[in-house]
Design a protein around this ligand. Structure first.
Ligand code: ZN
Length: 316
């Protein structure tokens, strides 16, 4: 049975809709039904996602791992891929896992230890802001750890942006900053950014690498005690969906990397572009939406992403 609406994407740190509760409290979360977050229509791109979640067993934790080398060839030599001019790349937790970041939805991930409704919803923040800030301060501290660095997959995507003669837009569900640190510049964080604080007074998002304290002042308007993590919480709207929708509409090649295929609205992107653009999945194992893609390369992101980018650039 397919996982319910939410999250796997485990945006390392992000909260979003990606949330797997071990003890899902709400009937709605238990079954989002056919509407809300599983639509693969333009409306889905604009719909808030609230739904429930997979039980957190990890993205196919019990599935056999495909040998990367066995599937590397499938996509690599396709001339139509090589000629793609406008590329949209969607990334999820799977690309950051090999950088050492704790994921949210895996069996041993963050949501196995912390309840989403305690730390990753607007209600949680209203009820106990110190607890929510503490949770994200800890995530931010982990991201500041010098041992955490972009891996070969992040670097390959930055190279793709630099060297591909056409357009490359990177849309990430991750709230970490590893894509930026690898050198990507055309980047949308649809679930927000851990290294920014958002002001509830002026609504601006400012770079913020330290802890957010109860009396921290907004760098833009100087209001105190009005900062929150710049992350999309469970039940909130993803960011920049109009821009993402326009890019999907125009793209020739859509590549989904390290996503489980069950976190909407991102999981609906492939259905949006099917038939108009070539679609490729790069993932540790086939995702839930694997059958919607034209091509797939399965294996660790640090292997399949550089191999795919190499092939693309050789023919571009
Ligand atoms: Zn402000």
């Amino acid at each position: 049975m397919p996982a319910r609406g939410a999250a796997d994407e485990t945006v390392p740190f992000a909260p979003p809709f990606d949330l797997a509760f071990p003890d899902d409290p709400s009937p709605d979360a238990a079954d989002p039904g056919p509407g809300a977050c599983r639509r693969a229509s333009p409306a889905a791109l604009r719909a808030p996602c609230g739904a429930g979640a997979d039980r957190g067993t990890g993205a196919g934790a019990d599935l056999p791992r495909a040998a990367p080398a066995a599937v590397l060839h499938a996509a690599a030599a396709r001339a139509d891929l090589l000629m793609a001019r406008r590329i949209v790349v969607l990334t999820g937790a799977g690309i950051s896992r090999e950088s050492g970041l704790a994921t949210f939805r895996d069996a041993d991930g963050i949501w196995a230890q912390v309840r989403i409704e305690d730390v990753a919803t607007p209600d949680a923040f209203a009820r106990d802001p110190a607890r929510v800030q503490g949770f994200y301060n800890a995530r931010r501290a982990q991201l500041r750890d010098p041992a955490i660095a972009p891996n070969a997959a992040h670097l390959a995507l930055a190279r793709l942006e630099r060297e591909h003669p056409g357009e490359v837009l990177l849309v990430t569900q991750n709230v970490d900053d590893l894509h930026e640190r690898a050198g990507s510049t055309r980047l949308i964080h649809m679930h927000g950014e851990l290294m920014k604080a958002r002001c509830m007074s002026c609504h601006g998002a400012s770079p913020w690498r330290a802890d957010i304290a109860p009396d921290s002042a907004c760098p833009a308007c100087d209001a105190r005690g009005r900062l929150r993590p710049h992350v999309v919480w469970f039940g909130e709207m993803p960011l920049a969906m109009e821009e993402i929708g326009a890019a999907l509409e125009a793209c020739d090649l859509f590549v989904s990397i390290g996503t489980s295929g069950n976190v909407y609205p991102a999981a609906g992107f492939v259905a949006e572009v099917r038939g108009r653009a070539r679609t490729v999945e790069l993932n540790l194992e086939p995702s839930e939406g694997a059958s919607l893609f034209d091509e797939a390369m399965h294996g660790p992101a640090t292997q399949v992403v550089p191999a795919f980018v190499d092939a693309l650039l050789r023919g571009a």
